[in-house]
Design a protein around this ligand. Structure first.
Ligand code: HEC
Length: 87
């Protein structure tokens, strides 16, 4: 293996490693939309959610109200969802 080949191989390995890291991050970022589609679309479409411009506190109240009405969102899912909604 000459030096150029070694360099290209190392660069390829680094590239794949960084791709792997990125896809793990993308996985957690996708949780927000997944939870939204799973827990918040049974009773109304997502336009209500998309049109709402709420801060964290207001979302806490809204999601708590949706739970009282019947959304089966768990506390963990609620935390992830609100992080996503206030971004
Ligand atoms: C069991 C049915 C049901 C589910 C599930 C549900 N909602 Fe609702 N949602 C309603 C009803 C009924 C209203 C209108 C009455 C009201 O506002 O209380 C509403 C209204 C809303 C509104 C507009 C009113 C406001 O306060 O801004 C938003 C935003 C909203 N929902 C978000 C959500 C989110 C986010 C979820 C998922 C965590 C969700 N909903 C899940 C029944 C539901």
């Amino acid at each position: 293996m000459n030096r150029l080949t070694a360099f290209v191989a190392a660069a390829a390995i680094l590239f794949f490693l960084s791709m792997g890291g990125m896809s793990i991050q993308a996985g957690t970022e996708d949780e927000g939309p997944r939870i939204l589609n799973l827990r918040c679309t049974q009773c109304h479409d997502l336009r209500r959610v998309e049109n709402a411009n709420k801060n964290r506190h207001q979302w806490e109240n809204t999601v708590d109200r949706m739970r009282l009405i019947g959304s089966r969102i768990s506390p963990d899912e609620k935390a992830v969802l609100i992080d996503y909604l206030v971004r």
